[in-house]
Design a protein around this ligand. Structure first.
Ligand SMILES: [Ca+2]
Length: 407
């Protein structure tokens, strides 16, 4: 007596001898020892495929000799097949349970992976985030103005970098702005509010100081520079002593912060409102720790509305500071909590201040006010204008002024 199964790529199936080749056959005594034949019998026994066990009597198959097999052998085989079938059924049930458990665990892992990915996106400073984000690019600019020049004064003044103090510690800075002209000890309190500093100047107010300006439905305080080149300048940004923390959020940059007679940021929304009334020019005044001043003038300046992230629109550059802002033209404003830059990481996080970052910056006048000029920091986070003193030099004074262009 022999047992036969067909063997295919899909597995081992029992078959009728000769009907589904290729076929494996063996005598009963050997079939129980052959794992392929035994597996075919087990598979059949649990009903996964059709069971056909052919018992060939009296014929020679696979070397089996003709003649009768003892009836006891058949009974033994039957018992073993039944036992194996029951075992296979238990194994199949166990396999099914494990398969269900595996699917549950796989789903749980998938959910946890998604959660981890979301947390990494929310925490760019975490270890996971840093693994995917390269350090921000530094500005490799060697300022032309340094070629053949000297920065001995800056080096003499160079001392340990001092982080800027917290905004809660802010106090009115000295009345002197980074502008080259002097200022009155007591700023005037002209009537207002004015449309802008140029309107106040045209009304005869020629002293620089804090004026009230009507911007939309709000009244804001701003420093008006009324003695520089005919006056009428509205100061929209000023750094001079590190008294104000500029590493702050979108909302602060939107509405403004600081003190108009000291360090301050007028606000993206007021500047947008002012520059949407007509064509404006921008004047950037800089001063290093050696007392050397420089200026960058742009004959066009405006900010798009908040819906366009206060995107920067800039005109042609003129001046002696070097053009470190045109690279940021047409770029949206970014803060540590509103990353709109074109760098894979968060420029405002590394450079510690809001700016119209590209990837990342040739200038950032809203960085950390490091005392002394040259500073040591992990990232390029100083108050810098790369074309003037390089990206690793934090300026002592900086100011941004706007004025309507005369028709
Ligand atoms: Ca980015």
């Amino acid at each position: 007596m022999c047992v036969c199964v067909s063997v295919s790529e899909a597995g081992i199936r029992p078959s009728l001898l000769g009907l589904q080749p290729p076929t494996l056959c063996a005598p009963l005594s050997e079939a129980l020892l052959d794992p392929r034949l035994l597996l075919g019998l087990l598979v059949s026994a649990v009903g996964l495929v059709e069971l056909r066990v052919l018992v060939v009597r009296g014929e020679s198959v696979g070397g089996a000799s003709p003649g009768a097999e003892p009836a006891s052998a058949l009974a033994l085989l039957g018992d073993r097949v039944l036992n194996a079938s029951a075992e296979a059924q238990r194994a199949a049930a166990r396999f099914h349970q494990l398969d269900v458990k595996f699917r549950e665990l796989a789903q749980l892992v998938s959910q946890q992976s998604g959660l981890i990915a979301r947390l990494e996106r929310l925490c760019p400073g975490s270890a996971g985030g840093q693994q995917q984000v390269l350090p921000p690019p530094l500005v490799p600019v060697v300022p032309v103005s340094l070629v053949g020049g000297t920065d001995d004064a800056g080096r003499r003044l160079n001392s340990a970098a001092e982080p800027q103090r917290d905004q809660t510690l802010r106090q009115p800075g000295p009345l002197a702005s980074p502008l080259p002209l002097g200022h009155p000890a007591v700023p005037p309190k002209p009537a207002g509010p004015w449309q802008d500093c140029a309107e106040a100047r045209q009304a005869g107010h020629g002293q620089s100081g804090v004026y009230e300006l009507r911007v939309g439905r709000h009244v804001v305080s701003a420093w008006c520079e009324q003695q520089l080149e005919g006056g009428g300048w509205t100061v929209i940004q000023r750094r001079q002593d590190g008294s104000v923390n500029f590493f702050t959020t979108w909302q602060h940059y939107k509405v403004g912060f600081g003190q108009p007679d000291g360090e301050y940021w007028l606000g993206l929304e007021p500047v947008h409102q002012l520059t949407s009334r007509g064509d404006h020019e921008l004047l950037v005044l800089l001063e290093d720790w050696g007392g050397r001043g420089a200026r960058a003038h742009y004959d066009g300046f405006s900010l798009e509305p908040e819906s366009d992230h206060y995107r920067l629109r800039l005109g042609q550059y003129h001046g002696d500071a070097g053009d470190s802002l045109s690279w940021h033209n047409d770029k949206p404003f970014s803060t540590v909590d509103r990353d709109r830059d074109s760098y894979s990481g968060n420029c405002a996080l590394y450079q510690r201040g809001g700016w119209w970052y590209h990837a990342c910056a040739h200038s950032n006048l809203n960085g950390v006010w490091h005392r002394g000029g040259h500073y040591r920091s992990r990232y390029q986070d100083g108050v810098y204008w790369a074309e003037f003193r390089g990206g690793a030099y934090s300026l002592k004074k900086a100011a941004m002024l706007i004025r309507p262009l005369r028709p």
